[in-house]
Ligand binder design. Structure first.
Ligand code: ATP
Ligand code: MG
Length: 359
């Protein structure tokens, strides 16, 4: 990917802690731009509850336009008790589902990295989780989520159907993303399916084998989803990149994330065709702590690093941001969610400042 001089970033802070954590991520990005001699053009848009209040819809047309014109989107979080009783189309979460669809995002990428200085905070065995550094690549547009759904009366009571469909082209594009990701890492890809039972998995495996011919430098293996679930808790260090279909990915990405502990540290990317992507923390809007200045901004800052790497091809800058985060943690700084001693916890702004300083 060739680096450009100027990138347009749509910034959608959203609700709850969204604006607080986004502010720190933007500070880090601005520092990166200065160091790298590029410019980032930020266009702010409303999404979620705040957009319901001001625009009467969780996803205003203007927000879609800003996002489509951008090179990438940074998203905070949406939702909160204020809108929980709203009808479906006026729920903040409808804005999130809407924008993912509008932008054609088909690849969800969720890293789970256990840094050495965080091992002690884990509830799992140190010898199992220390050194975990893996990425789950999940297909987002196909499978049982989007197949035909039916409910009808049969001779022995009600019947329910969920169809699971995968097209060759859908499998190919997600598997290519996964191979590309693996190529930049340890070059080991595990494709997860249920090929002993499901026809869609047998197609998945066939396509994966075919695509693998274009990536002779990446070592491909296949694993059944039940075996993968077991291996993830037994010996997670064996994994580098995992690629899988929509529902298996939903489950395995949450499982993998919890190996590394805090929700306040988990980043994610959702990619479209080309280099466009949407980047957001895995956690929600955390209404219980919103406005208090205590939210952990690291998941959003690490999501920004993913944007630098995956949408802008700024691999070195991405590494630098990640290293800055790890060095701040190594120095013992913690927000409340990851602090062993909460009385010593620092706030959102201080954490952002320390990352900038380390950078
Ligand atoms: P959603 O329904 O939007 O997925 P949720 O309600 O299940 O989200 P979160 O909003 O992620 O969950 O919050 C879960 C818990 O984690 C809350 O107690 C919240 O305060 C805490 N939390 C989430 N994100 C952060 C963060 N960045 N920093 C500190 N605590 C956080
Ligand atoms: Mg919630």
């Amino acid at each position: 990917m060739k680096m450009k001089k100027n990138y347009r970033i749509a910034v959608l802070p959203g609700d709850g802690i969204g604006p607080e954590i986004m502010e720190e991520a933007v500070k880090v990005l601005s520092l990166v731009a200065e160091r790298e001699g590029v410019t980032f053009d930020y266009k702010y848009g409303r999404i979620g509850g705040i957009a319901i209040d001001t625009d009467g819809t969780p996803l205003p047309a203007e927000t879609i336009a800003i996002s489509k014109e951008a090179d990438a989107v940074m998203l905070g979080a949406v939702g909160g008790p204020k809108w929980d009783q709203n009808p479906g189309h006026l729920r903040p979460e409808a804005g999130l589902l809407g924008i993912r669809k509008e932008l054609g995002l088909f690849a969800n990428i969720r890293p789970a990295t256990m840094h050495s200085s965080m091992v002690e905070a884990s509830s799992l065995k140190p010898e199992v989780v220390s050194g975990v550094d893996l990425i789950v690549v999940r297909e987002l547009t196909g499978g049982i989520y989007f197949g035909e759904k039916k409910r009808y009366d049969g001779p022995n009571g009600e019947v329910a159907e969920d169809q699971c469909i995968y097209h060759e082209a859908e499998v190919e594009r997600i598997v290519r993303v996964a191979f590309d990701v693996a190529r930049k890492r340890q070059k080991r890809l595990v494709s997860v399916d249920k090929a002993n039972v499901l026809e869609s998995s047998r197609l998945w495996r066939k396509v994966t084998e075919r695509v693998a011919a274009d990536y002779p430098d990446v070592e491909l293996s296949h694993m059944l989803v039940d075996a993968c679930a077991m291996q993830l808790v037994r010996a997670p260090k064996q994994f580098d990149v995992i690629v899988t279909e929509n529902m298996f990915g939903d489950i395995l990405s949450d499982q993998a994330a919890m190996l590394t502990g805090s929700i306040g540290m988990l980043a994610s990317a959702s990619l479209a065709e080309g280099s466009f992507g949407l980047y957001e923390p895995v956690h929600g809007s955390a209404p219980d702590i919103a406005g208090q200045g205590i939210a952990n901004p690291l998941a959003t800052i690490l999501s920004a690093a993913m944007m630098l790497r995956l949408s802008f091809g700024m691999d070195k800058a991405a590494d630098d941001v990640e290293r800055a985060v790890w060095s701040v943690l190594e120095a013992g700084h913690r927000t409340g969610d990851i602090a062993a001693d909460r009385s010593k916890a620092i706030g959102t702004k201080e954490m952002g400042r320390l990352v900038c300083e380390a950078l």
